[in-house]
Ligand binder design. Structure first.
Ligand code: TXA
Ligand code: MG
Length: 339
């Protein structure tokens, strides 16, 4: 069955519409909804059967745990046992917002949500529609990004429809998401703080609050999955990343010509100022290097556009991994892994 699409103006939220979607969550259904990062595919987090529906709709492996979304700090108590001081500091500074904390879970959280781990990932989104949906549902909402497993995360309702069409009950269409890439996932060991996935809150911002943090090596036991599935966020097209460095533009051109010569429909994804360097090629632009936020908000949409237009290869410019660029480059790198 086609999903019910409910259009909601994020600047003037119609509560009756959100109530209708909340009713579907309460009954154990699946609701795709916008957050400030990307669209999520939500179900009542403490309802095992509802959560099982998320995995089957996304074709997601059962060993890739979900994020549980809450609308108020008080919602944390029923989910987790202890909140380390550094986690508290981060919550104060970045919640609601694009930060996910991995904490020791309580029994109340079904194993299917955490894929049997003794930790649960929790986030309080800042998107107003998301917050209202959680509040009116009266339950924490488990939600991964609302894409088919391995595809780029959806930043608009039509991306959700494209991937999950028949298998979701309701899609709340709140327009394009603001940030466009997912939340930063942070985990805590006895004496260290790890970033498991770079995202909307940068390493630099986190360190300014709690001091030194580490990037989690993929083989660390804290890292549930991000390293386990290297090819992720991928368009159908093969992504070829051309790293920053001397002669980058020439290398991009050579790579593109090479692929075109082999009969492959090839596009270039570059930074805004560099478009003139690629005259005669098919180019889609991220933002300028000075504006990582703009690039973040465009990245997944551009991947999907290349796919819709039937490209075989995307040659992507790389840059230094500072600030929000770390998250953007992480997604491009994963998209290109295995290509
Ligand atoms: O911005 C976001 O985070 C979006 C929106 C919808 O909130 N959600 C999202 O969820 O990106 P998902 O499932 O696509 O990514 C969740 C990430 C995965 O890499 C997963 O492995 C990790 O969080 N994760 C979840 N629970 C974990 C746990 N207990 N330990 C370690 N990593 C965990
Ligand atoms: Mg995802």
């Amino acid at each position: 069955m086609k999903p019910l699409v409910i259009r909601v103006d994020p600047l003037k939220i119609d509560l009756e519409k959100i109530k209708k979607a909340a009713g579907v969550i309460i009954k154990g259904g699946l609701v795709a909804f916008p957050t400030e990062t990307v669209y999520g595919l939500g179900a009542a987090a403490l309802d095992e059967r509802a959560v099982a529906g998320i995995f089957s709709a996304k074709k997601r492996p059962l060993d890739d745990p979900l994020i549980v979304h809450i609308a108020e700090n008080s919602g944390l108590k029923e989910l987790v046992k202890v909140v380390p001081d550094k986690a508290k500091n981060l919550m104060e500074k970045f919640w609601p917002g694009p930060l996910t904390l991995v904490l020791k879970k309580r029994e109340t959280v079904p194993d299917i949500v955490t894929t049997g781990l003794d930790t649960v990932a929790v986030r309080m989104p800042s998107g107003k529609i998301a917050l209202k949906l959680i509040e009116l549902s009266g339950t924490p909402i488990a939600a991964p990004s609302a894409n088919l497993f391995g595809r780029p995360s959806p930043t608009s309702a039509d991306h959700v429809e494209e991937d999950l069409g028949e298998s979701v009950d309701v899609i709340i269409d709140g327009g394009d998401t603001d940030i466009g890439i997912e939340s930063t996932v942070v985990a805590f060991s006895e004496d260290e703080v790890f970033i498991l996935r770079p995202g909307g809150v940068t390493l630099e911002e986190i360190e300014s609050v709690i001091g030194r943090v580490s990037i989690c090596p993929p083989d660390n036991s804290l890292s549930a999955s991000p390293g386990k599935y290297p090819r992720h966020y991928s368009p159908e097209a093969k992504v070829v990343l051309v790293e920053k460095g001397p002669g980058q533009k020439e290398r991009v051109i050579r790579e593109a010509q090479d692929n075109i010569g082999k009969g492959r429909k090839t596009g270039i994804m570059c930074f805004a100022g560099n478009v003139p360097a690629y005259q005669g090629f098919d180019v889609k632009e991220l933002g300028p290097l000075e504006d990582a936020r703009l690039s973040a908000s465009r990245l997944f949409r551009i991947f999907r556009e290349f796919d819709r237009e039937g490209y075989d290869v995307i040659v992507a410019e790389g840059t230094e991994e500072e600030g929000l660029w770390a998250a953007i480059m992480n997604r491009i790198r994963k998209a290109s892994a295995g290509s």
